[in-house]
Write a new protein. Structure first.
Length: 123
């Protein structure tokens, strides 16, 4: 069995999504492993997209965001510079329960190679 994929939640989603994930994790056999910008000491609030991508690469976590404007540009610059990414998930849904379900599906039904150096809209 492979280890479920892990996530870092972008700052503009801070609080709401992580709380929904924590609630989900208390009731589910398939917990979602997520942290958020502002929680790890080396990923403070206000961290710019390029630095979030570097942190995610170093910590093997997919970036989760609703940011469809700056994150794709930063991702392309990151990979064009020869860096790598565990992946970026741009959630299309703003519904928290749907977002948690999407992350659970990604975590348990995906392989790391399916997201490596890839940015994708989900669901």
């Amino acid at each position: 069995m492979t280890t479920p994929l892990r996530f870092v939640i972008d700052e503009h989603m801070r609080g709401r999504l992580l709380h929904a994930i924590q609630t989900h994790n208390t009731k589910s056999n398939f917990p979602v492993d997520a942290t958020q910008v502002g929680d790890p000491p080396d990923l403070p609030l206000g961290t710019a997209d390029p630095d979030i991508l570097t942190w995610a690469e170093r910590n093997d976590r997919l970036v989760v965001t609703w940011d469809q404007s700056t994150m794709p540009v930063s991702f392309l610059a990151h990979t064009a510079a020869g860096r790598h990414s565990p992946g970026v998930v741009i959630l299309r849904t703003k519904t928290l329960s749907a977002a948690v379900t999407a992350l659970e599906m990604i975590a348990y039904a995906s392989l790391p190679c399916e997201w490596f150096d890839r940015i994708d809209y989900f669901p």
